[in-house]
Design a protein around this ligand. Structure first.
Ligand SMILES: Cc1ncc(COP(=O)(O)O)c(C=O)c1O
Length: 386
């Protein structure tokens, strides 16, 4: 671990889990605290006026960063909030289906199951074969799950446990040809990959800013294309409904107002975008991506493992999932933390397990060595198999 960009994360550990919740550089966190102080020093004018103006500007800046219209995007606290909003509102009849994959994020599988069950619909988790070799294979496998009952598709742009960049452009294009609503969970996408919502044929998209954009926790967004804004109810009805002071967008009025809350994290997002611009973040990210591929290739060779996808920039960003077998994910994770000082997630999917490493600017070669040594020791003592 090194001090590059002054991230707040501890440097006396091996932190290989930036993917779960990110971590702020000190400069970004200080800006966030300044916003919180601003709020507390005059809460009334901040919450009712100044802050709202800043929020509208912060929304415009983020919209320009992800390439969409400012009135098609609203800040929400997290991707779960965004997907709950959508799944609850989606007009599904008894027997309808939402097509998805087995690779989705657990909390949101639960959300979809909950709302589909309530409506008598089904959430279909179509199996994507692992390993796969091409994006065409993924697309073909996915649409095998499509039927005349399918109304919408829901997929991750970058999967959680398996850290795969899915071919969402191809999938959305095909889904639109079939007349389906396209919903993408891009929690991991902003700033891990170049996100251009204009180029994606996507109706609904959520992304987290508190992961790879390095914003403080609780900054995410929900994008909805104009054609779909009219059927989406706010998760929380507040002053934006029948607003006394309407803007020119019902979508923004409905979803931007959510009772009293600290929206300082949202206001920090433009600062994060500026931080990335000032620090040539595309170069930083490219270096991290190169290291991800390098580490992945070394580990696959070192332990003779078959990866679940080609080790290539088409499928990998700054995270990689090492396929392993363990009888005890929780125990293994604790062992990695307590015995080896390594923060890294261990997950289960389809009777297989994955250890997912993330690479951020503060990670270096020493971290790779620490991980390789720990895996070797744990294999030797029987806690995991490859
Ligand atoms: C694919 C995916 N979706 C959503 C989330 C996060 O959702 P939330 O912050 O709402 O818990 C994650 C978190 O890692 C994720 O990997």
């Amino acid at each position: 671990m090194n001090d590059a960009f002054d991230f707040l994360v501890r440097k006396d550990i091996t932190f290989l889990n930036f993917g779960s919740f990110g971590s702020c550089p000190k400069e970004i966190f200080s800006f966030y605290q300044k916003k919180q102080l601003e709020l507390e020093s005059q809460p009334v004018s901040f919450i009712v006026e100044d802050g709202i103006n800043q929020l509208n500007n912060a929304r415009k800046t983020l919209a320009s960063y992800v390439h969409c219209q400012p009135d098609d995007l609203v800040y929400v606290t997290n991707p779960s909030y965004a997907i709950n909003t959508i799944a609850k509102s989606l007009r599904l009849k008894k027997g309808d289906e939402v097509l998805s994959t087995q690779l989705e994020y657990g909390a949101l599988i639960r959300a979809w199951n909950y709302y589909c069950e309530k409506k008598g619909a089904s959430f279909i988790q179509q199996r994507i074969p692992l390993p796969f070799s091409t994006s065409d294979e993924v697309v073909a496998a996915f649409f095998k799950g499509c039927s005349d009952k399918t109304k919408a598709i829901y997929i991750s742009h970058i999967t959680s446990a398996t850290a795969l960049i899915l071919p969402v452009e191809q999938i959305c294009e095909e889904a639109k040809k079939r007349g389906l609503i396209t919903i993408v969970d891009g929690a991991h996408a902003p700033a891990q990959i170049n996100l251009n919502l204009n180029n994606l044929n996507v109706d609904i998209y959520t992304g987290a800013c508190h992961k790879w954009m390095m914003a403080p926790k609780g900054a995410s967004f929900l994008f909805v294309s104009k054609a779909h804004q009219n059927w989406i109810d706010p998760l929380l009805i507040s002053w934006g409904y029948q607003s006394d002071n309407p803007s020119n967008s019902l979508f923004i009025d409905y979803h931007q107002t959510a009772g009293t809350r600290d929206f300082s994290a949202f206001l920090t997002v433009p600062f994060c975008i500026d931080f990335m611009r000032r620090n040539n973040w595309e170069d930083v990210s490219d270096k991290n991506k190169k290291n991800t591929i390098d580490w992945a290739l070394r580990l696959m060779n070192r332990f003779n493992i078959e990866p679940i996808s080609p080790i290539s920039p088409s499928f990998l960003g700054q995270m990689f999932a090492i396929p392993i077998y363990t009888p005890d994910c929780v125990g293994l994770k604790q062992r990695l933390w307590h015995q080896f000082n390594i923060e890294i997630p261990v997950t289960q999917l389809d009777k297989r397990n994955f250890i997912r490493f993330s690479i951020q600017a503060f990670n270096d070669w020493e971290d790779y060595i620490a991980l390789e040594n720990a895996l070797q020791a744990l294999e030797k003592s029987g806690f995991l198999k490859f």
